[in-house]
Design a protein around this ligand. Structure first.
Ligand code: ADP
Ligand code: MG
Length: 272
């Protein structure tokens, strides 16, 4: 996916996102990080075509995103939103089977191919045993896996995830991220996700985009972008970065940053 000078504003307010350009690389994991309100979810919604840029354009495999037919796009791109309302009394299998909607037509009803896709999505997310259980009876972590399974049943090349780990305990955070990484590797999925935890961004991303106040202040490989100086400048916190063979690079946040070194992201120079 390519973004060319994309701008966006809500109603008549001044633009939230202004002239943002960048490329989401195929078969890679790109993670968007940035403080609250910096425009990450808005960006993801534009990539998912839930919102249309007010200026500029987004291209997907060379074609304008705006020119895709609804089902055509849904066969190639799936989204998991940050907040998902679980419908009461719907079984896990039923909800996940909605992921097959883009493949249904007037004459093509449910097929063995749909059945296989749903079975596989349930299996990958370890939900096979919960298939007949109602979604609202599951824990938050399990429900998060159901939404992921729904997106997987769609069998798309691209998957967009808005803070997939935010409401989960640590074990389930890692579990989701490991699953996402596995899908990226075994199924060559292109992943774009928003994460809050910078260590997780470092560990599970190929590329990182850093947003601040609607601007893309840095983009590049995770290790290249997530430096102490850049983090101080964007998040206004001090971090120490430890590297060793066992853990790779680990960021240790140690407190808020103050003074002249805090700015609008100017210390993030990489790949702007
Ligand atoms: P992030 O995901 O980085 O926290 P968002 O993209 O959700 O940021 O929001 C960026 C800014 O846009 C915030 O200031 C938010 O209040 C504003 N905003 C988000 N959604 C709407 C909306 N539907 N209408 C008006 N303003 C919005
Ligand atoms: Mg958000």
């Amino acid at each position: 996916m390519e973004l060319h000078n994309v701008s966006f504003s809500y109603q008549t307010k001044k633009p939230l996102i202004e002239a943002l350009s960048g490329e989401i690389k195929k078969n890679k994991i790109t993670t968007i990080v940035g403080p609250n309100g910096s425009g990450k979810s808005t960006m993801l919604a534009m990539l998912a075509r839930q919102l249309a840029p007010s200026r500029g354009e987004i291209r997907f495999n060379g074609k304008k995103l705006a020119h895709f037919k609804g089902k055509e796009l849904a066969q190639q791109l799936a989204v998991v939103y940050q907040r998902n309302e679980a419908p009461l009394d719907l079984s896990v299998r039923k909800l996940v089977s909605y992921g097959r909607h883009p493949y249904r037509t007037m004459i093509r009803s449910w097929t063995s191919e749909d059945e296989r896709a749903v079975d596989e999505a349930l299996s990958v997310t370890r939900l096979t045993h919960y298939a007949d259980v109602s979604v609202d009876s599951l824990s938050g972590g399990e429900q998060q896996r159901v939404w992921l399974a729904l997106a997987l049943a769609q069998e798309t090349d691209v998957i967009l995830l808005d803070e997939p780990t935010t409401y989960l305990d640590l074990y389930h955070q890692f579990e989701i991220l490991e699953r996402v990484r596995l899908l990226n590797q075994s199924k060559a999925k292109t992943v774009v996700m928003v994460l809050h935890d910078l260590n997780q961004a470092l560990q599970y991303s190929d590329d990182v985009w850093v947003m601040k106040a609607g601007r893309l202040v840095a983009k590049g490989s995770a290790a290249e972008v997530l430096t102490s100086a850049c983090i101080r400048s964007v998040f206004q916190i001090e971090t120490i970065i430890h590297s060793n063979e066992q853990s790779g690079s680990v960021l240790v946040p140690i407190g808020t940053a103050t003074g002249a070194l805090v700015n609008g992201g100017e210390a993030c120079e990489v790949g702007k």
